[in-house]
Design a protein around this ligand. Structure first.
Ligand code: AMP
Ligand code: GLY
Length: 418
C-alpha cells in the first residue's frame, strides 16, 4: 500500500484525496489551511506553507508526492522533492511554464501550431502599449497577465475594462509585476476543457471532457472567477465537440509536451489541462494549466473507475495505461462567499450543513475552528451531482444546495440548457 504526500487544500485536492483513499493509499496532507474533508481522509495532516513540503518530518516514509495547485509547481517544489529522492506527480518548474508563463505558452504554440493561437502581442515596455493596442484593436482586446493570477487576471475590453485609459493602467501594472503582458484578440466561441495524464515517457491518456463556467454570475456575465461550476456528459464528450475537434485538441497537447521537452530538456509529467475554444476559425487555445482543473478535477475523479494510486505510480514509472471512467454525467456547482470575487467578499463567516447531503461535497477554501466551518475570501464548497444524464446530475447537485447555510451564493444556471 502506498503512502502519498498530497499538497494543497482546495476542493480539487479534496477530490484527489478521495480518489487516492478509494484506491487504498494512505494520505499525508500538507495544507495551507486545514480542509476538514482532506483532514478526515488523511493518516496525517500538516498545516503550513505548501512550498515547504521538504520540511515535513519523516518524509522518507512517503512513496511519492502529488502536487495539486499551480503556485508550488511554479516555485519548483517538484524539483526540490526530487532532489530529496521523493518522486512527485507534477511537472518541474521549467516544464510547468506552460501554465506559469502565458508568454512562454503562446510563443511555444506559435512555433508548433500557430493556427491555434489568437492574434497576440507580447508587450514588455510601457511605451509600446499604445501601438500594441492599435495592432489588435481596442474593441477586440483581451489583456492577459504573463504570471499566475488564480484565474482572475484576464480582462476583456467592454466587459472588465471600458476605455483605453483603463487598459493602459491595468497593462502597465502587469508589466511592472511580471515584466511583460499579452494583448490578444477576443475570440468568440464555446469553451471546453481537455485534461490528460502524462507519464514520464511522454505517454498521454485523456480524461472525460468538461465544460466550466468561469464568470461570476448567471448568464455568463461578470468578472472571471476561479470557476463557478462545470459539467461533463455520460458519453465523456461534449455535444458541440466533434471527434475531429478532440483529435485536434489532443494533438495540440501532445505537441506542447514534445515542444517543452525540446526546449527545456526535461520531460513533462503529471496532469496537463488544455482550455480550448471552438470558434468559426477552428480550435483555439485559451490556456494550458499544469495540473488538474478546479472544478474539473471533481468531474473526472468522481467517476474514475481505475485506481488513482496505480495511475500515479504509472505516471512516475512511465507505464501509463488508459484509465477507465464510469459512464456517468457530472455537474459541479460551487458555493462561494457573498461578494466573491472582489474586495467586498464576506470572509470568516460560518457555514453550516443541514440534513443529509445526497451528492458529493468537496470542501474548498474554508477552515474549521471548534467544529465550525468558516469561509475565506475564496470559493467555499463544491457540490458534485452524478447521474445517467446531465439533467439527473444537475438535479442531484442543486437538490442539496439549500442545505448549505451561511453568507454564501452560487450560480443557478450551471449546466442548465445543455
Ligand atoms: P484564462 O485565465 O486564460 O483561463 O482566461 C479566463 C477566461 O477569459 C477564459 O475562460 C475565457 O472565457 C476568457 N478569455 C481568455 N482569453 C480569451 C481570448 N483571447 N478571447 C476570448 N476570451 C478569452
Ligand atoms: N477551472 C479553471 C482552472 O482550474 O484554472
Amino acid at each position: 500500500m502506498s503512502r502519498v504526500l498530497l499538497i494543497g487544500n482546495g476542493a480539487r485536492e479534496h477530490a484527489i484525496a478521495a480518489a487516492l483513499h478509494k484506491s487504498g493509499a494512505k494520505i499525508w496532507s500538507l495544507m495551507a489551511r486545514m480542509n476538514p474533508g482532506i483532514d478526515t481522509l488523511s493518516e496525517r495532516s500538516f498545516e503550513g506553507n505548501l512550498g515547504q513540503a521538504e520540511s515535513i518530518p519523516n518524509l522518507e516514509k512517503i512513496d511519492y508526492a502529488i502536487v495539486g495547485p499551480e503556485a508550488p509547481l511554479a516555485e519548483g517544489l517538484v524539483d526540490r522533492l526530487e532532489t530529496r529522492g521523493i518522486s512527485a506527480v507534477g511537472p518541474s518548474a521549467k516544464t510547468a511554464r506552460l501554465e506559469t508563463s502565458k508568454v512562454y505558452a503562446r510563443l511555444l504554440l506559435q512555433s508548433i501550431q500557430p493556427e491555434a493561437n489568437p492574434r497576440f502581442q507580447v508587450v514588455k515596455h510601457i511605451q509600446d502599449l499604445d501601438d500594441a493596442i492599435d495592432r489588435i484593436g481596442l474593441e477586440d482586446l483581451v489583456i492577459k497577465p504573463d504570471g499566475l493570477t488564480g484565474g482572475k487576471g484576464v480582462k476583456l475590453f467592454a466587459e472588465h475594462v471600458h476605455s483605453r485609459d483603463e487598459v493602459l493602467i491595468y497593462a502597465e501594472k502587469m508589466i511592472r509585476r511580471d515584466g511583460s503582458v499579452i494583448f490578444e484578440e477576443k475570440m468568440r466561441g464555446t469553451e471546453f476543457t481537455v485534461q490528460v495524464l502524462v507519464d514520464a515517457n511522454g505517454t498521454v491518456e485523456s480524461m472525460p471532457l468538461v465544460r466550466d463556467f468561469k464568470r461570476a454570475y448567471d448568464g455568463d456575465i461578470g468578472p472571471n472567477t476561479g470557476s463557478m461550476g462545470s459539467y461533463s456528459r455520460e458519453s465523456h464528450g461534449l455535444g458541440y465537440v466533434t471527434k475531429n475537434d478532440l483529435d485536434k485538441s489532443l494533438g495540440i497537447l501532445k505537441h506542447a509536451i514534445r515542444g517543452v521537452k525540446e526546449n527545456t530538456g526535461e520531460s513533462y509529467k503529471g496532469i496537463l489541462y488544455g482550455q480550448f475554444m471552438k470558434t468559426p476559425q477552428g480550435i483555439k487555445v485559451i490556456e494550458f494549466n499544469a495540473r488538474f482543473g478546479d472544478p474539473e478535477a471533481m468531474n473526472v475523479l468522481s467517476i474514475l473507475d481505475s485506481s488513482m494510486d496505480e495511475i500515479c505510480h504509472r505516471i512516475l514509472d512511465g507505464t501509463l495505461k488508459r484509465p477507465s471512467f464510469l459512464p456517468l454525467a457530472t455537474v459541479c456547482v460551487y458555493i462561494v462567499p457573498e461578494g466573491y470575487p472582489g474586495n467586498g467578499v464576506e470572509s470568516d463567516q460560518p457555514i453550516s450543513i443541514r440534513g443529509e447531503i445526497g451528492s458529493e461535497l468537496y470542501y474548498a477554501s474554508v477552515y474549521e475552528r471548534n467544529g465550525t466551518v468558516y469561509t475565506t475570501g475564496s470559493r467555499a464548497i463544491a457540490l458534485l451531482g452524478k447521474g445517467h444524464s446531465v439533467r439527473e446530475a444537475r438535479t442531484a447537485a442543486y437538490e442539496d444546495i439549500d442545505k448549505i447555510e451561511g453568507r454564501i451564493r452560487y450560480r443557478s444556471d450551471i449546466a442548465a440548457n445543455v
